[in-house]
Write a new protein. Structure first.
Length: 222
């Protein structure tokens, strides 16, 4: 168990992304078949929150690491907790917003891999693979069962305030939550952090708004 939660990095990871994409595809096929099972959705949301809490507690052992990497301020972590909170509170507009954020975050994380440098097995491996898979599965079930149209003003308000909070904290503690300070190493370009804040915020706003519109129109055609 101590090895699973260890803090000394291995300088590399042995996560195989083709396998991860394969697991994601199989999982999404299963989720599609179970998409109207609300009990499955509730179990997924609770499981996702527990996985994120386990990671949170692991980081808590080291104060500097906890502040710079352990806070739930990456977009995927925010989406994981907020999907559960808003869904169980029956705030379905908010759960729809964070469902879209979870989908975008997962696809981005898997398309531009930047996992922590630990060999399997490790808690960061588990959250990177299983956490993201549960996140996108939960998000798709929320958008299937509790589909809501999101207005542009609401999306702007949530996105800009959320990213501003992350941006300011990054500057205060020299962190890189949400990659608002600098992009992952897999990107060959480098942008100033204020530009990153605007680019990422605008990208999220228009993606979530566009996807929400497309998804909502499907209801009208049914």
């Amino acid at each position: 168990m101590e090895y699973f939660f260890r803090h000394s990095e291995d300088l590399r990871t042995n996560i195989k992304m083709p396998l991860v994409w394969g697991f994601l595809l199989i999982y999404l096929i299963l989720i599609y078949k179970l998409r109207y099972k609300r009990k499955i959705l509730a179990i997924q949301l609770v499981s996702l929150s527990l996985i994120e809490l386990a990671l949170f507690l692991r980081y808590y052992e080291g104060k500097v690491l906890f502040i710079r990497e352990g806070l739930p301020l990456y977009h995927c972590r925010i989406a994981a907790f907020m999907m559960a909170i808003s869904y169980f509170r029956k705030d379905y507009k908010l759960s729809n917003y964070f469902a879209w954020l979870g989908i975008i975050g997962t696809l981005t994380a898997y398309s531009f891999p930047d996992p922590s440098k630990y060999l399997w097995p490790h808690i960061t491996n588990l959250t990177y693979v299983l956490g993201h898979i549960l996140s996108i599965g939960s998000a798709l079930m929320i958008l299937t069962n509790e589909r809501r149209e999101l207005d542009f003003k609401l999306i702007c308000k949530i996105t800009l305030s959320m990213n501003l909070m992350i941006y300011l904290l990054n500057k205060t503690v020299s962190a890189n939550y949400g990659y608002l300070n600098h992009l992952p190493d897999s990107f060959s370009i480098s942008l100033p952090s204020p530009v990153l804040y605007l680019v990422i915020s605008c990208g999220l706003i228009f993606l979530i708004y566009g996807l929400s519109k497309i998804n909502f129109r499907k209801i009208l055609k049914l």
